[in-house]
Design a protein around this ligand. Sequence first.
Ligand code: NAD
Length: 281
Amino acid sequence: MVKILDGKKLAEEIRVALKLEILELGEKKGIAPGLAVILVGDSVASQIYVRNKERACESLGIFSEVHRLAENIEEEKILALIAELNEKNEIHGILIQLPLPSHIDSQKIISAIDPKKDVDCFHPENVGRMFLGDPRFFPCTPLGIVEILKRYEIKISGKKVVIVGRSNIVGKPLAMMMLRENATVTMAHSKTENLKEETLRANILIVAAGRAGLITADMIKQGAVVIDVGINRGENGELAGDVDFEKVCKIASAITPVPGGVGPMTIAMLMKNTTAAAKNI
Ligand code: NAD
């Protein structure tokens, strides 16, 4: 019988513990963690993600402010806003909702954030520190995935982990984190010649490609653990992952659903990083 890895439930447990931590921080040091979110343009998906983050902050006693900027805003104006937020004492975390419009140099924007406030862990300094084994933060989605595996006591050390997708947000940092957990890591991507050959080797398969139905049951090793990071919106707005959930359930030993798997954990990890940033000032 396949085990459903319930990210929603785990995220709730994490939130309960964080709430106590935040109360204590307020009582002992008079600090409320603060998160600033910068949202450029009016992508519906980005607006939903930002609203979810705002709600999570509110429910935990994290101060939050959202800066909604027009799609055609100049780069200089975003940089000026970041400079302001870098100096603002009540803000401990700054998050740029990606993707940014194509006229904006995302890397330049991310690099302008004070690394101590980079709770998404996308700044080159923080990425480098993580790479070298001296992390300040871990990026939220990969951290949420590692948390799911650990909280369900799924052994990572020595296991074959195959990651599909090599983005800077999910695949690449996740590979580093899995190495840190002593996994043997394979990265597959859109240029991989025989994806099935790679995925069939996985004890733990993590899929972050953004392609609905990419992973079918014949691509799964019997008893593998499957983590589906993908979020794909169907014609009627319904959400689906990258994995054929129903059929893969018959082969895998454990699997994350979409929605209710990695997504809620990503937000919980953002709250965790913001609280840690507030504690470390
Ligand atoms: P991306 O588009 O930046 O990267 C996608 C990666 O998948 C690329 O490296 C590409 O090489 C690979 N890929 C694409 N098609 C492929 C194929 N046919 N075979 C093998 N590899 C293929 O995407 P991203 O930002 O990493 O996000 C990936 C997915 O995860 C998206 O659906 C996104 O919405 C979702 N996501 C979810 C969360 C969450 O919290 N649950 C967080 C971030 C991203």
